[in-house]
Write a protein that binds this ligand. Structure first.
Ligand code: PRX
Length: 659
């Protein structure tokens, strides 16, 4: 360790003792919200408070006269009689206000390309593409799939759908074509928008070709639109496939935004749950836009006319939907959009982008921060990061050491950190500090946003826990909440509103409440694993592994990992007569990459002659977690065959020997 690194390490160790970080007077004085009375004001009448935000921050074609309709819980509806268009709120209203020349996205490509896309340009492209979609037969209420890398066209595609009332279903570019097919099938998508090829760290993946291999016989999918992003040669099927640029060139230039009912679905986003089948989270227009616009403005203390905002997520996840596309555009902000990875072309690229564009607010995941810690503080130290004034964290618990590093090394000790807790289901940030008001504690997302009621309850009785651990719940409906699971109303009720009734939303996370009422999110209580902030279901990975011809059975757990938060660990039983080999491990990993995506590949494979099961045949994952993490085993008396654990212990010891 260098002397500088050693000094930093000692400084951070010392700072671990600091319990609370108050907002600096300098910061507080300039912040948008500085009066804690906002919490009481919102709590006194949350529906009225949210309705006021909806009217204050959005442009309605018809202003709502109603707030919350809770006549049929848990199917809550917000601003029912209001009408608005999300694309109008993100584009037209800013251009009409004379902000057409403001940059919406400073896009930066992996090979050093720069494209500054203004609000006026984004509006033009969106109108043309909305007309192109209409020309392809897309109508209000139709589902349109989007499988694109981080290029400006991804925002155009989403906004074009919103403009005409089509429901977009974006699939993260890291998912495999097979996952895309599944999501198109579940949602009965009519059109898919994709690319010829996608770049990643200097290589180009032939996306359209991969899509074709999977999509051939999907009846509902009538058209595929292909953005020419890399010039990669790709097969085009006559009558079905069209190039994006050609479709836009042939389309009319003007497409007025159509006013939508507030409850008109804006998008579906599939996310992982307890079973192998992903859940299609449905968000609607008015409530969602209210949630993301309010939180983006106030959690990040945004001043659209001067800030340069960078949410370093992918548009394919909810973080990207809410804080790369809808929140920032609705607020008229200027964002950085980065196509690539954090280590290509070099490990300082993020900081080079911050310096080049004068980024003022950076929103990133703890897994990225831990990676930067590993690479060393001297890399960001080479760049001028003095433009930064606020930092955000999202996606997983941030360990206090990483929080302090982020605060000191990236934020120069002057930037408040907002650790924001939320989910695909919540649409917008729910638990978070307000940077001009809240004293932060490293590792805690602190308290609910105004108008949100969260609590920690006892897992059996459902009674609130005064101090200590329990299950996290959201006590009252909020505008940006999911409305249902696409075409699975029953599953929606069962998943979120059966354990504690229809008025309390079960989050699926365990949390702790401290003496100050601060919330500390611990992690999932279901079989969902969080790898580098990517949400995966163990059942989904298991079903991909057993698809391998040599595998008889598999059990997957999330094991804690210093870099990725959790990592996939798979216990695999091979088919009779098959011998375990290194090639098989690679074969299993490849199977998972094909069926789900590379990010879901198991980091560790443990061969198991048998798996620990109860007498009724249920795999006891708790024991697998204990054994993988080297902990003392919990109760094994309910096992059908307690000898299985001894055998697994031998197997793990052998694995250690091989290292
Ligand atoms: O377990 C929580 C964790 O991520 C889950 C939601 O994942 P997803 O729907 O993919 O959305 C991620 C981005 C919003 C939650 O149930 N999580 C998210 N943010 C935090 C977090 N855990 C602790 N602290 C956070 N700030």
């Amino acid at each position: 360790m260098s002397e500088v690194a050693d000094g930093l390490e000692r400084k951070l160790e010392g700072m671990l003792e600091i319990e609370k970080f108050e907002p600096s007077a300098e910061y507080r004085d300039g912040a948008l919200w500085t009066d804690p009375a906002i919490y009481e004001e919102a709590a006194a009448d949350p529906v009225a408070w949210w309705t006021a935000r909806a009217k204050e921050l959005l442009d309605w074609d018809v202003e709502p006269t109603t707030g919350l309709d809770d006549s049929n819980p848990p199917f809550y509806r917000w601003f029912e009689d209001g009408r608005l268009n999300a694309s109008h709120n993100c584009l037209d209203r800013h251009v009409a206000a004379g902000l057409g020349d403001r940059v919406a996205y400073h896009w930066r490509g992996e090979e050093g390309e720069r494209r500054d896309v203004t609000y006026a340009e984004l509006l033009d492209s969106t109108q043309r593409f909305a007309n192109a979609l209409k020309d392809l037969g897309v109508k209000k209420g139709d589902v349109v799939g989007i499988y694109l890398p981080m290029i400006p066209e991804v925002a155009v595609a989403m906004l074009a759908c919103a403009r005409i009332g089509a429901i977009h279903n974006v699939v993260f570019g890291g998912f495999s074509a097979e996952s895309v097919r599944e999501r198109m099938e579940f949602s009965e998508a009519k059109v898919l928008i994709t690319v010829d090829g996608a770049r990643r760290k200097g290589r180009t993946a032939p996306i359209k070709q991969q899509v074709d291999e999977q999509m051939g016989d999907l009846g509902s999918l009538g058209k595929i639109v292909v953005v020419r992003a890399t010039g990669t040669a790709c097969p085009m099927t006559e009558g079905r496939d069209v190039f994006y640029d050609e479709a836009c060139a042939a389309a009319a230039a003007e497409c007025p935004a159509e006013p939508m009912e507030a409850e008109h679905p804006l998008f579906i986003l599939y996310t992982s749950g307890s079973t192998a089948k992903p859940k299609g989270i449905v968000h609607t227009t008015g409530g969602y836009l209210t949630g993301v616009t309010t939180t983006h403005r106030h959690v990040f203390d945004l001043r659209p006319e001067e800030d340069v905002w960078w949410c370093a997520a992918d548009v394919g996840w909810v973080t990207g939907h809410s804080y790369i596309v809808y929140g920032p555009l609705s607020n008229g902000a200027t964002s950085v959009m980065w196509e690539g990875a954090p280590d290509h072309p070099h490990q300082g690229i993020w900081w080079e982008l911050v310096q080049d564009h004068g980024v003022t607010i950076l929103y990133a995941a703890p897994t990225a921060i831990r990676t930067f810690i590993k690479w060393g503080a001297e890399i960001p130290g080479r760049y001028d990061l003095s433009s930064l004034r606020l930092l955000g964290s999202v996606g997983e618990p941030i360990n206090p050491k990483a929080w302090l590093w982020y605060h000191q090394v990236i934020g120069g000790g002057r930037c408040p950190i907002v650790d924001t807790w939320w989910q695909t289901e919540t649409g917008a940030i729910m638990i978070t500090p307000l940077p001009g008001i809240t004293a932060t504690k490293p590792g805690s997302a602190t308290t609910p946003f105004p108008g949100v009621s969260a609590d920690v309850v006892d897992e059996r009785s459902g009674e609130p826990v005064a101090e200590g651990q329990g299950l996290l719940v959201l006590e009252k409906p909020w505008p940006s909440m999911l409305r249902t699971l696409y075409k699975e109303d029953e599953r929606f009720v069962e998943t979120y509103f059966s354990r504690f009734g229809k008025e309390r939303y079960l989050v699926g996370d365990a949390a702790r409440k401290d003496g100050d009422g601060y919330l500390w999110v611990i992690g999932r209580i279901d079989d969902v694993v969080n790898v580098s902030g990517h949400r995966l279901s163990t059942a989904e990975v298991e079903s991909a592994i057993v698809a391998h011809e040599s595998v008889a059975e598999a059990a997957v757990i999330g094991q804690s990992d210093p870099d990725t938060g959790q990592a996939i660990c798979a216990f695999v039983t091979l088919a009779g007569g098959v011998e375990p080999t290194e090639e098989l491990v690679e074969g299993i990993r490849a199977e998972v990459a094909t069926r789900i995506g590379k990010f879901a590949r198991p980091k560790r494979v443990i061969w198991a002659d048998d798996l620990p099961k109860t007498r009724s045949g249920k795999i006891m994952r708790r024991l697998l977690r204990d054994i993988a993490e080297g902990r003392a085993l919990g109760d094994v008396t309910t096992l059908r065959d307690p000898g299985v654990m001894a055998e697994l212990e031998r197997q793990i010891a052998a694995e250690g020997d091989e290292d």
